[in-house]
Design a protein around this ligand. Structure first.
Ligand SMILES: [Zn+2]
Length: 217
């Protein structure tokens, strides 16, 4: 949002300087003033500098939205928290989906700034040796997708997500082997450390076992 305003501001400034030059370029003696190349060039350069991260952000959100919609089986929207939005955010969670007054989760999620950065770096990597933060970031996207799918129970959402982490990783470009390894690592290394409320009923034959072929157990 801040970047967008700065971008529009500098483009407007470049336009104002150019229009002023057009209107005043010939002075009373008929001399033509040179075009203010440096001022206009600087304004356009700053605007372009703002446009690059905005385009990268939009592309990342588009990619995550496509993958999440594929896993949810319907259109959902993924928003990546921007650096500006972190200033007013005190929450410790890595992502969230709001519930409507009717108790039905929205079809939109916010993934926090750090996990979005981890998703971005994982997407740009060869996906062979993901860091634990990258593994968690992929899982957070699957977990929030399960909420958008309509699951409100945290332990159930967590378990449904673990059974779909491999599919999510593949939807984001991992090979089947890389995707299975990532899902397996979350199940073995991260899930046992999850707080109460997120665990229980998961695993082979558990309450939330959906007997999917790509389950990590
Ligand atoms: Zn949750």
């Amino acid at each position: 949002m801040v970047l967008t305003l700065v971008l529009i501001g500098f483009l407007a400034l470049a336009a104002v300087v150019s229009v002023r030059w057009v209107l005043t370029r010939v002075d009373a003696l008929g001399r033509i003033a040179p075009f203010p190349k440096i001022s206009v060039g600087l304004c356009v350069a700053i605007a372009l500098g703002c446009a690059v991260p905005l385009v990268l952000h939009a592309r990342l959100e588009h990619r995550l939205t496509e993958a999440a919609s594929q896993i949810a089986g319907e259109h959902v929207h993924v928003h990546c928290q921007t650096a500006g939005e972190t200033w007013t955010d005190a929450g410790a969670e890595l992502g969230f989906v709001r519930w409507g007054r009717d108790g039905v989760p929205e079809r939109r999620t916010v993934i926090k700034y750090d996990p979005c950065a981890d998703l971005r770096s994982w997407l740009a990597s060869d996906k062979q040796r993901p860091s634990e933060d990258q593994v968690i970031a992929v899982h957070v996207l699957t977990h929030e997708t399960m909420h958008m799918f309509g699951i409100t129970n945290e332990a159930q959402a967590e378990c449904a997500a673990m059974q779909r982490d491999a599919r999510m990783a593949q939807a984001l470009g991992a090979t089947p082997a890389q995707a299975q390894a990532l899902a397996h690592r979350y199940w073995l290394d991260v899930y046992p450390r999850m707080p109460d409320g997120y665990t229980g009923g998961c695993g082979p034959g558990g309450t939330w076992d959906e007997h999917l072929p790509v389950a990590p157990w």
